[in-house]
Design a protein around this ligand. Structure first.
Ligand code: TXA
Ligand code: MG
Length: 350
């Protein structure tokens, strides 16, 4: 395949482009030609391909190093595209799409025959959402069809929340990265499964169970909770975000109660370890042996900063990243989920 060359004859693949209308049109052309591009969304950056082109979708899996049976989310320009992709749409799903789209909610629905197996990992369901980032929406409107996009990181690693992160992760594997600034939400969308009897949250996100209950008048199940796991013959759809080890820094991560944070950090430092600390409420002890990263005490602001902070701490060659555990309140639940997985998957590949 011929690649665009700069005047100096170097490949221009992987370049970051400010998201002007010209650049957005170019990205849409690249998608039509079967290539993959980095796309900002309000949650995290996505690795985008034409969802109806199986060869393009395969490039996503190759670029990420992701197993082929992990399904992708299809991004739509608007809810009126749903019938092309979803076969049976319960009225509660329509109510939620009305309430939260464009926005960080992914609905799992029975798929139509149009949706390629490459997108769904061979399952009979498909994940769909309309993102609210103005650049994603503009790209979708110009493209005028579904865009498959997982987070634009290598498999198992921290999701990117800036264009530079995408370039770091994928380099020339993407044709270009549209720069839409830092992602507003900062963690991945809430995934709500409507393909079985009762709606069930497969991945927590900025849209909480209470938000959903306010619209449909009942609380969704949480993954692993109650009856659904017991329904014989109705295996839960695979969600790679549900693997215990995910979103993981290379540096070993430990979660610690606020009361133990300083003591533990000082102890490890005394043993000669290089220690980074991520905290939202503990005052900096000004111990010169510690790398101290203060996070916002507000959940939304914390989520916005989380992945960029983890990524930055992960470059410091520390022996440990100690993270203060989070408040129990519902607003923190999705973030706590990501920290758990970061801790489990951390420390690999060192
Ligand atoms: O916020 C987001 O959702 C971002 C942005 C780019 O939209 N995307 C994202 O994609 O997080 P990804 O692939 O990194 O995570 C999507 C998760 C995966 O764990 C996948 O297994 C699950 O959604 N998923 C996709 N389709 C599914 C389906 N039909 N059934 C069950 N899970 C599905
Ligand atoms: Mg991901």
């Amino acid at each position: 395949m011929s690649e665009p060359m700069s005047k100096a004859g170097e490949s221009t693949r992987g370049r970051i482009e400010p998201a002007t209308l010209v650049a957005i049109r170019e990205a849409a052309d690249l998608l039509r030609a079967g290539d993959v591009v980095g796309m900002p969304t309000e949650t995290v950056y996505g690795l985008a391909a034409d969802a109806l082109n199986p060869e393009a979708v395969k490039k996503i899996f190759r670029a990420k190093g992701r197993p082929a049976d992990h399904p992708l989310i299809v991004h739509l320009p608007a809810a009126d595209h749903l019938p092309r992709w979803a076969a049976r749409i319960p009225k509660d799903a329509i109510a939620l799409a009305r309430a939260f789209w464009p926005g960080p909610l992914t609905l799992i629905l029975k798929r139509t025959a149009d949706v390629p197996d490459e997108v769904t990992g061979g399952q009979d369901t498909v994940g769909l959402r309309v993102p609210s980032h103005p650049v994603a929406l503009a790209l979708l409107q110009v493209f005028d069809s579904g865009i498959a996009a997982p987070s634009a990181n290598r498999f198992g690693r921290i999701s990117p929340t800036t264009a530079a992160h995408v370039q770091e992760e994928l380099g020339e594997k993407v044709a270009m990265v549209l720069d839409g600034g830092a992602c507003e939400v900062g963690i991945e969308s809430t995934i709500l499964d409507f393909s079985r009897d009762a709606p069930e949250i497969l991945r927590p996100g900025a849209i909480t169970p209470d938000d959903i209950a306010r619209v449909i008048g009942r609380r969704p199940l949480m993954r692993g909770e109650a009856s659904s796991a017991l329904d014989a013959g109705q295996a839960a759809p695979r969600v790679s975000g549900a693997l215990a080890a995910h979103y993981a820094p290379r540096t070993p991560v430990r979660l610690l109660a606020s009361s133990r944070l300083c003591e533990e950090a000082a102890m490890l430092a005394a043993e000669g370890s290089r220690v980074a600390v991520l905290t939202h409420s503990v005052a900096n002890p000004h111990d010169s042996r510690l790398i101290w990263q203060a996070m916002p005490a507000d959940a939304a602001a914390y989520a916005h900063d989380l992945y960029a902070s983890l990524r930055a701490l992960d470059t410091l060659d520390a022996d440990f990243i100690l993270i203060e555990s989070l408040p129990e309140a519902p607003a923190w639940r999705a973030i706590a989920d990501r920290l758990q997985r970061a801790a489990v998957g951390s420390g690999e590949g060192r």
